[in-house]
Each structure stands twice: as structure tokens, then as C-alpha cells.
Write a protein that binds this ligand. Structure first.
Ligand code: SF4
Ligand code: SF4
Length: 399
């Protein structure tokens, strides 16, 4: 009898609690990652996008105002579906795709970093990601988006702690994603070392090799070499390697030594105005060690444990000054209307059920199993997460 496990479905989104990540992460993350409890982010409401309404971002790009490093394997997956294949073919025609995945040309890189340094990120719609569909404000490759796109929220229900947590998620996903693209391209027949060496050869002419968002034909021919004109086949081969090795991939990537295209990336930084260089991503040279993936994974688990820790056994009460401003819900968030609570670290919105559970602590009450097993707690989808959020937001304090 064949007891080989079913192949992983890399197209189906990976749902972790209330968050949806790209299905590719099934093959890349350690098995225990599927039980990660990531926070719900109700206040980054992309259906209405408050930052665009306030004018912080241009509605023509919102927060999608950069060219994301979508890895080669994700592009291979997107090419397998007609609705996303057309999008990948478009970026190939724009000259922004390298063997490792999407990579902006030096001129676009400079413009992106300059806008960030001038605190103008998201204000220029001409910088919109090529996958951003302005009329619907939708991502054209949502199921295949990269680590940055999967872990960015402009608001965090858990405030600074949530922001820290998501930056650790990004560090883990980003490190695994970079290892994946570097490993896969070697399997497909054009190694990362070769791409880095070819990019280094371009550095003396850095100002001449940009075209629009991407690269001139000459630069693309140089970097792709014998694969120029056969990019789709190359990405398909990267993906085939993932499928062939999916049982051992997480372990392989955990040991993969990620490197940067040091010579090229340092030269690209030199194009920036000196006062803007701090905004450019750091380049890991021989003296700057990258943190190993296993260590990043461990620190993410610790951060998650801290985020959801509860002061069990302590008596909690509403913090002085906390009040529910109206008996009726008034705060519109994600298609529902919430009760607005004032007086904590910042205003917060509660559902009817959350308000009932929160109300148990008005005069002070021990946080124990009786509360956590109560009807009021049962009615809330994640009572422990909700109560730890109230503590973190200083709506509930210990007596
Ligand atoms: S995450 Fe981006 S699209 Fe969503 S609400 Fe925030 S700025 Fe708007
Ligand atoms: S890939 Fe999608 S989510 Fe990421 S920047 Fe582009 S449009 Fe936005």
C-alpha cells in the first residue's frame, strides 16, 4: 500500500486563526506553525481604508506603494492559474522580474527609499505595486503575496505589542522566503551565486541599467543569461523543485545560509542621498551576521506566548476613567458596529458579547476558571485573547 502523504495544496490559502497567509507557507514553515495563534487586526480595515480616507495615503496605491520581492516560486504558482498568470506575464513584460523573483531596478529602488525617508511613502500613486488594482483596491495575486504583504497592518489591535509580534512574523517569513528563493533557483539551473555575480558585474553602470520600475533589456539579458525569454519555464522549475522536496523543505531551508547580493546592494545604496541611506534595508556583509531562521522562529514563539499571557488568579477591574460612551454600539469596524470604550491607552471597540464579558470586571473580579468557563466567556470567540488584549490596552488593571 502506498502510504506517501497527499501532496500539499500550495494554492489554497493557509488560514491561521483569523489570518490568511499564502498557501506556499505550508511547505516552508515548521509543522507546528499551523497552530500559531496570530492576532485579529480589526482596525486595519482594508474595506474602507481609513488612512486613504484621511489623505495619509493616495487611494491609487494605499499602502501598496512599493514593488514587493515576490519570490520566484510564488510567481511559478501564480503562473499556474489563468487569472494570476496574466499578471505575472505583465510584470515580466515590465522587466521587473529576475531569477530570484521580483526586484526593482536601481532607479525605482532609489525613488522608493527617498519617499520613505521623506515620510511620503504611499503618497505617489505612480509608485503603486503592479499587482494593485486601484478601482477595486484589491491585490491581484493575493494568494501568492509575499511575507511583507502578509504581515503588514497599518493599525494593531494590540498596539505596540501587536506591532512587535508582526515584525517577528515578518522576520521569520521573510527569512524563510529568501532561503526558499535562493535554494529553488539553484535547483532550477541558475544559482543565487551566479545571479549575485552577474549583478555585481553591472555595478559600474548602475545609473544606466534602469528602465521604468525595472531593468533595461541589456541588464535583463545579462542577469538571466541563457534563461532570457524562458522565464516562465524557469519559475515553473523552481516550483517543481519545491513540490519534489516538500517533505524535507522546512528542514533544508532552516539550514540554508541566506546571503545578500552584497556588491550590487551596497552600490545601489550609494545612489541614495547620504541622509536617506538609513531607510534602505541593511545589507548583510561579511561582518553583519544574519540571524538563523531557527532563532527567529524561537523568538516568535516567545513573543506569541507573551502576547497571550493572562494574569490568572489576580483580581482585575476596570481601570480608573474607563467608560462605555454609549449603551448603543456606535463604532463602525469591518461591517459591524462596536461599543466604543474610552479611558484605556486608546479608544477600543467591543462587540455586544465582548462588552458583557468586560462588564463582569467593572467592580473587580478574580480572573479564574469560573470566568473563563462562564457563559459570557463562551459567547466570545476568543475570550483569553480578548481579555489579554484588555489588560494590554490598560482597560483592565490588577487590584
Ligand atoms: S492595511 Fe493598507 S489597505 Fe488596509 S487599511 Fe491599512 S493602509 Fe488601508
Ligand atoms: S503584492 Fe498585493 S498586497 Fe503586496 S504590495 Fe502588491 S498589491 Fe499590495
Amino acid at each position: 500500500m502506498d502510504d506517501h502523504p497527499e501532496p500539499l495544496d500550495l494554492h489554497a490559502p493557509l488560514v491561521l486563526g483569523t489570518q490568511t497567509l499564502a498557501g506556499l507557507w505550508r511547505a516552508v514553515l515548521p509543522e507546528e506553525a499551523q497552530w500559531m495563534k496570530l492576532p485579529t487586526e480589526r482596525f486595519a480595515d482594508c474595506s474602507s481604508c481609513a488612512p486613504a480616507q484621511r489623505g495619509d495615503y493616495d487611494p491609487g496605491c494605499r499602502c501598496c506603494a512599493h514593488l514587493p520581492h515576490v519570490p520566484n516560486v510564488s510567481l511559478g504558482l501564480a503562473l499556474e492559474r489563468p487569472e494570476t498568470a496574466a499578471q505575472v506575464r505583465r510584470v515580466l513584460a515590465q522587466g521587473v522580474a529576475l531569477p530570484s523573483g521580483l526586484w526593482a531596478g536601481p532607479a525605482h529602488f532609489k525613488r522608493e527609499v527617498t519617499l520613505q525617508a521623506e515620510e511620503a511613502y504611499g503618497t505617489d500613486a505612480s509608485m503603486a505595486c503592479p499587482f494593485f488594482d486601484a478601482p477595486t483596491a484589491a491585490c491581484g495575486i493575493y494568494a501568492y503575496r509575499n511575507s511583507v504583504c502578509s504581515s503588514f497592518f497599518c493599525e494593531h489591535d494590540h498596539g505596540a505589542a501587536g506591532e512587535d509580534l508582526w515584525s517577528r512574523v515578518q522576520a521569520v517569513l521573510g527569512s524563510a522566503e529568501t532561503a526558499l528563493q535562493q535554494w529553488a533557483m539553484g535547483q532550477a539551473g541558475l544559482s543565487w551565486a551566479v545571479q549575485s555575480a552577474r549583478m555585481a558585474e553591472l555595478t559600474p553602470r548602475l545609473t544606466e541599467i534602469s528602465a521604468g520600475t525595472g531593468w533595461t533589456e541589456e541588464a535583463l539579458r545579462h542577469i538571466w543569461g541563457e534563461w532570457r525569454g524562458r522565464e516562465e519555464l524557469f519559475y515553473a522549475r523552481c516550483l517543481a523543485a519545491v513540490r519534489e522536496h516538500e517533505d524535507s523543505l522546512a528542514e533544508t531551508l532552516g539550514q540554508w545560509a541566506v546571503t545578500d547580493a552584497v556588491e550590487f546592494e551596497l552600490a545601489a545604496r550609494d545612489l541614495l542621498a547620504p541622509e536617506h541611506r538609513h531607510e534602505a534595508p541593511p545589507v548583510a556583509t561579511g561582518t553583519t551576521e544574519r540571524v538563523p531562521l531557527a532563532e527567529l522562529w524561537y523568538s516568535l514563539q516567545l513573543e506569541l506566548r507573551n502576547l497571550w499571557s493572562l494574569p490568572l488568579g489576580e483580581t482585575l477591574r476596570w481601570a480608573p476613567g474607563v467608560s462605555v460612551t454609549s449603551a448603543e454600539p456606535t463604532l463602525p469596524v469591518l461591517g459591524q458596529t462596536l461599543h466604543r470604550v474610552e479611558g484605556g491607552a486608546r479608544p477600543y471597540g467591543l462587540t455586544e458579547e465582548e462588552l458583557t464579558l468586560f462588564g463582569l470586571f467593572r467592580e473587580g473580579r478574580a480572573l479564574d476558571a469560573r470566568v473563563l468557563d462562564s457563559e459570557a466567556a463562551d459567547a466570545v470567540s476568543d475570550p483569553r485573547g480578548f481579555l489579554s488584549e484588555c489588560v494590554r490596552r490598560e482597560l483592565l488593571v490588577s487590584e
